[in-house]
Design a protein around this ligand. Structure first.
Ligand code: SAM
Length: 336
C-alpha cells in the first residue's frame, strides 16, 4: 500500500501559479523576444519592461518549469517554446494562451458560483450578449479567437485527413469552420476533394484570407449561414469540430438531425471534440472542457463517445464508431 502524501493535492491546488507564469510570459512576449536571440537578465529586463524586483525570479521560474533554458546567465527558448510561442512563426499556438490569459483566467475565478447557479461566467454573465455575439462585436477579438481555434484544431485536422476514408467521397462541409484549419488541411491532403466552410457571415473575410494563404481557394469556398436557422450544405461528408459541446442537448440533437438531412445517401458525419471516455474517469481534459463550457455557454457540455453514438442513431445514422485523433480529441463518425 502506498503511503499518502500531500504532493499531488498541492501540485493541483497551486497549479494556477505555473499556469499564470506561462500566460504572463506569452503576454509579455518573452518567447518571441528570445526567438530573436539569447539574452542576459539586464537585456531582457529592459526589452520586456520588467521591474527589477522579480525579473530574475520570473525568468528562472520559466527555466525551472522547462519553458526556458539558461547557460552561464544567458536565457534562451527551449525547442518547444521557440517553435510554438514565437509570434513570428506560423507554428505559433500562443493565440489560445492569449485568449486564456485575457478571458478564461479571470472567468474561471467564478467557477464556484457557476457550479451553484449553473450560469455562465463570461462576457454574457447577467443576460448580456451570447458568447459569440460578444466576442464578434470586436474585430481584434474575433481574429484572436478564430486564430486560437486554428491552433487548437491543427493536430485534429491532420489526424482526420489521415484516418477517414476520404477516397470514397468527393465533397465536404465543415460546419462552424472558424478560420478554416480543417477545410484547408483536408483539401491540401486530398486534391480530389472540394469543400465548404460554413460559419456566421462575420467570419467570411478571415476565412477567405486564411484559405488563400494555404493555396486551396480554388477548391474551398465559404458559405455564410446560421446553423440553427439555415439548411446545411448538401455534401458527402459533414464535419463538426468543437461545435456540439457548445450547445445543450436539444441543440446537439438539432444539429445532428440537420446533418443527417443534408447528407447524401451513403454520406457521413464526423463530430470531434475532447470526447470523454465512456466510464468518465480518464479524460480529465475532456471533463475540464465540459466545466469550461459551463463558464462559457448557457447550456453546453462535453460528452462521451457512447452518448454521441446514441444521439447519432436517434438522428437516423445506421453505423457509428469512435476513433481517437490526437491528445484528448476523438472523432465520432456516423454513416447515413
Ligand atoms: C468553438 S468554434 C469551433 C471552430 C472549428 N470547428 C474548430 O474546431 O476549430 C465554433 C464555431 O462555430 C461558429 N458558430 C457559432 N454559432 C454559429 C451559428 N449559429 N451558425 C454558424 N456558425 C456558428 C463560430 O463562429 C465558431 O467559428
Amino acid at each position: 500500500m502506498s503511503a499518502a502524501t500531500p504532493e499531488h493535492i498541492m501540485q493541483i491546488g497551486l497549479g494556477f501559479w505555473s499556469s499564470k507564469t506561462l500566460l504572463s510570459g506569452v503576454e509579455l512576449g518573452v518567447f518571441s523576444t528570445l526567438a530573436d536571440g539569447p539574452a542576459d537578465l539586464p537585456t531582457l529586463q529592459s526589452k520586456l519592461a520588467l521591474h527589477p524586483r522579480s525579473a530574475r525570479d520570473f525568468l528562472d521560474t520559466l527555466v525551472a518549469l522547462k519553458l526556458l533554458e539558461r547557460e552561464n546567465g544567458i536565457y534562451s527558448n527551449t525547442p518547444d517554446t521557440d517553435l510554438y510561442l514565437d509570434r513570428a512563426k506560423p507554428s505559433y499556438i500562443g493565440g489560445v494562451l492569449e485568449m486564456a490569459n485575457a478571458r478564461l483566467y479571470g472567468f474561471w475565478g467564478s467557477l464556484t458560483e457557476a457550479l451553484r447557479s449553473g450560469e455562465l461566467q463570461n462576457e454574457g454573465k447577467g443576460g448580456g450578449d451570447n458568447f459569440f455575439a460578444a466576442m464578434y462585436a470586436d474585430p481584434d477579438r474575433l481574429r484572436g479567437f478564430l486564430g486560437a481555434m486554428s491552433a487548437i484544431s491543427a493536430g485534429a485536422a491532420q489526424a482526420i485527413a489521415g484516418k477517414f476514408p476520404w477516397s470514397e467521397y468527393k465533397t465536404f462541409a465543415d460546419i462552424g469552420s472558424a478560420q478554416g484549419m480543417v477545410p484547408a488541411t483536408l483539401a491540401h491532403a486530398h486534391p480530389h476533394l472540394t469543400g465548404i466552410g460554413f460559419d456566421l457571415p462575420v467570419v467570411k473575410p478571415v476565412f477567405e484570407e486564411f484559405i488563400a494563404q494555404r493555396g486551396v481557394a480554388d477548391r474551398v469556398r465559404f458559405r455564410s449561414g446560421n446553423f440553427f436557422e439555415d439548411p446545411l450544405p448538401d455534401v458527402d461528408v459533414i464535419v463538426m469540430g468543437h461545435i456540439l459541446h457548445d450547445w445543450d442537448l436539444a441543440g446537439k440533437k438539432t444539429l445532428l438531425g440537420k446533418a443527417f438531412d443534408a447528407l447524401s445517401k451513403g454520406g457521413a458525419v464526423i463530430v470531434y471534440d475532447a470526447i470523454i471516455d465512456d466510464d468518465r474517469r480518464e479524460n480529465a481534459f475532456g471533463l475540464l472542457m465540459s466545466l469550461n463550457m459551463l463558464i462559457e455557454t448557457s447550456g453546453g457540455f462535453d460528452y462521451t463517445g457512447a452518448d454521441c453514438q446514441a444521439w447519432m442513431r436517434e438522428a437516423g445514422f445506421s453505423r457509428t464508431r469512435v476513433e481517437p485523433l490526437v491528445g484528448p480529441d476523438s472523432m465520432v463518425i456516423g454513416f447515413k
